[in-house]
Design a protein around this ligand. Sequence first.
Ligand code: KG4
Ligand code: ZN
Length: 361
Amino acid sequence: MNNNALTILGIETSCDETAAAIVQRTNDGQGIILSNIINSQIEKHKKYGGVVPEIAARSHISTIENVIKSSLNQAKMSFDDIDAIAVTAGPGLKGGLLVGLTTAKALSIAKNLPLVGINHLEAHALTIRLIKRIEFPYLLLLVSGGHTQILIVNDVGKYERLGTTIDDAVGEAYDKVAKLLNLGYPGGPIVEDYAKKGDSKKIKFPRPLIHSGDLNFSFSGLKTAVRREIEKSIPLTKKEAENICSSFQDSVISVIINKLEGSIKLFKIKNPNITKPNVVIAGGVASNKTIFNSIDTFSTRLGITLHVAPQDLCTDNGAMVAWAGAERFSKNYIDNLSIEVRPRWPLDPDAKTAIGAGVKA
Ligand code: KG4
Ligand code: ZN
């Protein structure tokens, strides 16, 4: 083991990316990415307009060995250079999680390396610390295909959920809008692109739960409103589709800014010594530059500093899992071989399950 740094292999298989990476964490908490390999299954799921769990699990099985080998090769390392293996143990699709965890357990036995089970959401939550020095506590807007939550990140393993979606996740809403408009999968980047060319004032979509008085989200009604709008004007011109995407995104952004404002107030009450909180956006939807820039415009008024990781670290990847493993391992959080996959695994165990949130709580 290098005295100055922990070297961690991270494995991610919770959804439709088979990913592995080697990341180092120095004693003073700095992160270095030595390799980051992703085998995306997008092409295999595209024609179904979403992830098919059985296809995902089979694809993980056939590619995981090569993805791990490539991560070692790219880092010019062997297992002798690795200090621990970190693997996503949940939440996510059970079949995929089992492939990753079983592989990690086998490697842990064969190579005599400690195993660190990672909550995929914690990996998104901590990614920002891989690239910059952000101290705890910070406020986190976690927006992905399966989750939409606002949390206070108090420390590694210590999360307080302030709000969550009570139905669809925001990324899921982007994917559904794209599907309704036949734009392809995954929908997020395409809808963002269409939105840039459209007029956000053309259609006034609802701003769900904006007056609810709590910090929860709901996107299912917005999706229905988009469907109705599309049905009204079928067949749509490209311009009409762009206007729908732009108006939809405008509604999403208004709700997010509204809920963030409430969360920042609460964060400041809970942390009176922090005058200018760090707010981090993470998860696949965090790669949406329009959302980031819109929130950032209000940063001064909100009294925050806004952060986001580079795009390739926002969507699912192995480096975020390796980094979360390094953060946990540095605190001696190690798992034994009896660890099991957890398809549901809330970051804040004390937070109530939101009504209608299905597997996304
Ligand atoms: O974190 P992630 O890679 O996987 C999950 O853990 O869910 O997030 C994937 C989600 C998908 O719903 C995708 O459409 C969305 O992130 N996404 C975006 C953008 N890029 C990816 N949503 C909005 N705008 C984007 N630019
Ligand atoms: Zn994710």
